[in-house]
Write a protein that binds this ligand. Structure first.
Ligand code: ACO
Length: 417
């Protein structure tokens, strides 16, 4: 138990291993967001499909969304958001231990978008991987990052939620194309001994509802073919009513569960940042929880549903608008495809650090420019390596002959004693 501002919070018991530190907390020390510059209004959409500003606004609360331009992708948006968060935290990319990108619209099936971001930011020492939990992905990523810090495995983790949903939308389907937008938001988590930061989280899934919200083709089950393209199976398909019922139920349950787990009563939670899917879902949760809607951050009118990016973007705006202040308790709560859900209770003790010194700023600019140069140099070297060594490893060792090109039968290696 530890004494937080609002009473005691039950924290997970640290693992028995004596070497693990027991007094590490994952604090949010930086945050940032990025959205494409192109804005698409409801009226713009009404020129593409049979819809109206009146229908979209009254059923969802959405008025406009940002849509990726030809040069934008999930990795470019994620890189911009990550960079803004590192700038604010005054942290050098080389001090980042891990980059996690939560996304359901990655640049490629592989490599992970997180690796592209790690390279672009020049986080030379960092590991990188993606988390696929759709709109709940940022909460999943935050939970993973926090545990990496709590166990003492890592000190600084960059968690990014980023999406380019516009590339996976059927622009002829008025029931879905009006809902989504593109963008990215990022947190820098860092180890501190002071209690606070992400206190606890709740994750959930119900795979039996997987087909309620799905991009059916493009994976190994249904690889791209003439038929999958003809039948629009590479775009998002949704049973809106089923997702609506699920969302209203889990949002409320998950908020209750995370506050109970953290030992922080709901009346001591200053702000709730819900996933921004539909204003009616947020209003329904507020009613069931008996909370005034002012306690909820809502910005979906300007961004639509940006999936894993929606919560960090809403947090960035809440801090900017003075709605989230140091020592506030805030609940982040999301639901999405999977079906998945998640919530986190965060003690927002972050005050933006003092303006970084000119020297620190200059050093970081150099580091970003160096990241691009280093990436180009490494790609070049890989080509040269290929020409110089062929299939030989640069250390001088010869690759084993390919099976089938030798007369010798393949013998399994003896296990090393
Ligand atoms: N413009 C005009 N009419 C429309 C539109 C549109 N854009 N879309 C649907 N309609 C029509 C329908 O065709 C239907 O017409 P009909 O009665 O003649 O058949 C009528 O409007 C009502 O349609 P419903 O689907 O019943 O509308 P509903 O009130 O359920 O709202 C909505 C639909 C907004 C999609 C709602 O179900 C919803 O928000 N569901 C949750 C979706 C969600 O949050 N998804 C994201 C999950 S997060 C993630 O992981 C990506």
């Amino acid at each position: 138990m530890l004494n937080g501002k609002n009473g005691s919070h039950e924290l997970p018991t640290p693992p028995a291993a004596g070497a693990l530190p027991t007094n590490r907390y994952a604090h949010v020390v930086g945050w940032g967001m990025s959205v494409p510059s192109r804005v698409m209004t409801n009226d713009d959409l009404a020129r593409i499909v049979d819809t109206s500003d009146e229908w979209i606004t009254s059923r969802t609360g959405i008025r406009e969304r940002h849509i990726a331009g030809p040069k934008d992708s999930t990795s470019t948006l994620a890189t911009q958001a990550g960079r803004a968060a590192l700038e604010l935290a005054d942290i050098d990319p080389n001090d980042v231990d891990l980059v996690i990108v939560a996304t359901c619209t990655p640049d490629h099936l592989f490599p992970a978008t997180a690796c592209l971001v790690q390279d672009a930011l020049g986080c030379g020492r960092a590991g990188a991987f993606d988390v696929s939990a759709a709109c709940s992905g940022f909460i999943y990523g935050l939970t993973l990052g926090t545990q990496m810090i709590r166990t003492g495995a890592m000190r600084t983790v960059l968690v990014i939620g980023a999406e380019t949903l516009s590339r996976f939308i059927n622009w002829k389907d008025r029931a879905t194309c009006v809902l989504f937008g593109d963008g990215a938001g990022a947190f820098v988590l860092q180890a501190r001994e002071t209690p606070g930061g992400l206190l606890t989280s709740v994750l959930g899934a119900d795979g039996s509802g997987g087909d309620s919200l799905i991009v059916p083709a493009g994976g190994c089950k249904l690889p791209a073919s003439f038929e999958t393209i003809r039948d629009n199976q590479h775009t998002l398909q949704m049973d809106g009513k089923a997702v609506y019922r699920f969302a209203t139920r889990v949002m409320t349950e998950s908020v209750r569960e995370v506050t109970a787990k953290a030992g922080v009563p709901l009346d001591q939670v200053q702000l709730i940042v819900p996933h921004q899917a539909n204003r009616r879902i947020i209003e329904s949760s507020a009613r069931t929880l008996g909370l005034s809607e002012e306690r909820f951050v809502v910005n979906l009118d300007r961004f639509g549903n940006t999936s894993a990016a929606s919560i960090p973007i809403a947090v960035c705006e809440a801090v900017r608008d003075g709605r989230l202040r140091p020592d506030d308790n805030v609940v982040l709560v999301a639901f999405g495809a999977g079906l998945t859900w998640g919530s986190a209770l965060l003690q927002w003790d972050a005050t933006p650090p003092a303006e970084p010194t000119g020297l620190a700023r200059f050093r970081r600019q150099l580091s970003y420019s160096f990241a691009g140069l280093r990436s180009t140099a490494r790609r070049g070297w890989r080509r040269v390596e290929g020409l110089l060594f062929g299939s030989q490893s640069p250390e001088g060792g010869q690759q084993p002959p390919k099976r089938g090109k030798t007369d010798e039968p393949h013998k399994p290696k003896e296990p090393v004693a």
